[in-house]
Design a protein around this ligand. Structure first.
Ligand code: ADP
Ligand code: MG
Length: 249
């Protein structure tokens, strides 16, 4: 395997509280990897660190890629859809990302944006306001933006959460196509059935690495129980902290 992105003892912290702890391993060029783990396991944090949006507290993320070579789909909760912007302009943001905010956007780009919308089943939706779309339609728009951006590495943060079954099926197909085209795809997912059906590799995270390798091996019930037990320990720690602080309040 040719490693494209290597994590070397990576620790990411918020206010010195580690959200990702001593993670090491590598994503091969052209691999299709699911990141799984309980809520608060550090999955979103890890994606941001891979892109270079968060700096490691310890260890390193090693790759030779520029920011424009990463296509990124944030978790739905981090996107504000009330922002008054049309569908076509949202898709065009995929071009601005690669060319910079002052790069020239020409008629060819507009045409490609229209084609990307058609490819995700939203032909003719260009002038609609993003706020008027269903969750599934909006997710299709964000996938169209990724299509236009044409990045070699694609990072998806819970792309199918709260999305209808039909849209999920269509967008999973796009992910599989990207993989077939040799792109490196890393997706945070909490639907284990989807992970087992379509993702050859899994990184199971519970702040620390539980396992990283072939999906069938990593998604064993023993590993999943271990991940859950680790998450329960953080909750107990939090409760203990609150109890300790209570008398002072
Ligand atoms: P996941 O995506 O696996 O649910 P996250 O990466 O979002 O987990 O969060 C991991 C931990 O880091 C959680 O305890 C969360 O509360 C904390 N965290 C995430 N983002 C921030 C932030 N911007 N500031 C402070 N703490 C954060
Ligand atoms: Mg998350």
């Amino acid at each position: 395997m040719t490693p494209l992105i290597r994590l070397d003892d990576l620790t990411i912290a918020y206010d010195r509280h580690p959200a990702v702890h001593h993670v090491s391993g590598a994503f091969a060029a052209g691999s299709l990897t699911a990141i799984a783990g309980p809520n608060g396991a550090g999955k979103s944090t890890l994606l941001k660190a891979i892109m270079g949006e968060l700096r490691p507290a310890e260890g390193r993320v090693e790759h030779r890629l520029g920011r424009a070579e990463f296509g990124y789909l944030p978790q739905a909760a981090e996107i504000d859809r009330r922002f008054p912007i049309s569908v076509i302009d949202t898709v065009m943001l995929g071009v601005w990302k690669t060319r910079g905010a002052f790069g020239r956007v020409g008629p060819a780009d507009v045409k490609r944006a229209g084609e990307a919308l058609a490819a995700v089943g939203l032909d003719g939706f260009g002038r609609r306001h993003v706020g008027s779309l269903s969750a599934g339609q909006f997710q299709r728009v964000l996938f169209a933006r990724l299509l236009l951006q044409d990045a070699g590495v694609i990072l998806l943060d819970e792309p199918f959460t709260a999305i209808d079954a039909r849209t999920t099926r269509d967008l999973v197909e796009l992910v599989i196509r990207w993989h077939g085209e040799g792109r490196t795809v890393i997706a945070v997912l909490h639907d284990f059935e989807l992970v087992r059906a379509h993702f050859p590799k899994t990184l199971l995270l519970a702040r620390e690495l539980v396992g990283w390798g072939p999906t069938a091996e990593i998604m064993s019930s023993a590993n999943l129980m271990k991940a859950r037990a680790m998450a329960e320990r953080w909750d107990e720690d939090a409760a203990a902290c609150e109890a300790e602080e209570a008398p002072a309040a």
